[in-house]
Design a protein around this ligand. Structure first.
Ligand code: PBG
Length: 324
């Protein structure tokens, strides 16, 4: 007896497969991370992220325009600072690198959504995400600074602030400060479940981070699913407008869980190590790069992320444009 149900009936031709396809990739919900370095004249290739560059600040306007023409609709800015100190004070200045990048990107292409990664690790000499006191990160002092940094970003014209320091109470502190300063309309994309992950390795080179050690006292233990739900619930209660999960590929279950527990838009960050793993495997001939890009992005969306931050954004734009 043959089975009555033959699921392969709907897979027989590409037209039938397209007819029943459930998950799509849309460039409108893709965010591209951009590394911007001050005081350099030429772009610098990031060895750990083949195909990615640190862009000189002086080329940022042109770069943003180029990305827009390629079909990128949202970028997240990371500064490579030459003015680091103990607390990352450059990022709190109206004319610091963070504020300048935002102003430059917005005036180059006002239609581009510009998102700030709100943290201090790019601007501190020790590479930690905030105020370091007696060998520990001081949560409550850090959120005061984060709130101030968010206001600086809003004044510079940012469209969305994305606090990534994983401090308790950071969303509430930022919401309060933005509202008090007349920026009630600026949304917060909270890095809600941000795991302490080896997959951030290449980013540390990309952003010129000085970190020695790890972030295990403030970023989450990747073994914990229920704790991730508490983090997401706390951020939602504190006024987050989006919930983000990071990394994406090692947390598809978390994306799915948070998506089913919340009605906020869900974002996921396909991080530097996920990108590098695919790139280097493809360079060695072990993987078909395009197929691996589409498969991983589709999987992240299928898990429940509407918005994806990925270093593959430009490749995706090209694939979508050429229909390949
Ligand atoms: C800043 C920040 C990091 C990443 C994004 N924002 C580094 C970290 O938390 O260690 C990592 C992104 C990536 O690996 O692509 N706190």
């Amino acid at each position: 007896m043959f089975p009555i149900n033959r699921l392969s009936r709907l897979r027989r031709t590409h037209q039938l497969r397209a007819l029943v396809n459930e998950t799509f990739i849309d460039l409108n919900s893709i965010i591209y991370p951009v590394f911007v370095e001050e005081e350099i004249d030429e772009q610098v290739a990031i060895a750990a992220l083949p195909g990615q560059f640190r862009i000189p600040e002086s080329h940022l306007a042109e770069h943003v325009q180029q990305l827009y023409e390629e079909g990128i609709r949202a970028i997240m800015l990371f500064g490579v600072s030459k003015h680091k100190d103990e607390i990352g004070s450059d990022s709190l200045k109206e004319n610091g690198l963070l504020a300048r990048m935002i102003r430059c990107a917005k005036s180059a292409q006002p239609e581009m959504i510009v998102i700030s990664d709100n943290c201090f690790c790019e601007y501190t000499t020790h590479g930690h995400c905030g105020v370091f006191n007696h060998q520990r990160l001081d949560n409550d002092l850090t959120i005061i600074n984060l709130a101030q940094q968010a206001v600086i970003c809003a004044q510079a014209g940012v469209d969305i602030v994305a606090p990534s320091a994983m401090m308790d109470g950071q969303v509430k502190a930022i919401r309060g400060a933005l509202d008090e300063s007349g920026f009630q309309h600026i949304p917060i994309m909270a890095y809600s479940a941000k795991f302490s992950s080896s997959f951030y390795g290449p980013f540390r080179e990309a952003a010129g981070s000085a970190l020695k050690g790890d972030r295990k006292t403030y970023q989450m233990n990747y073994a914990n699913r229920r704790e991730a739900l508490r983090e997401a619930a706390a951020d939602e209660e504190e006024g987050a407008d989006f919930l983000m999960i990071k990394p994406a590929g090692t947390a598809l279950d978390i994306i799915s869980d948070i998506q089913s527990h919340s009605n906020l838009p869900i974002a996921a960050y396909q991080v530097s190590g996920e990108y590098a793993a695919i790139k280097f495997a493809a360079m060695a001939g072990a993987l078909d790069e395009k197929a691996a890009i589409v498969e991983t992005i589709t999987a992240i969306r299928r898990a429940g992320a509407l918005i994806i931050i990925t270093y593959f954004a430009r490749e995706l734009a090209k694939l979508i444009k050429t229909g390949a």
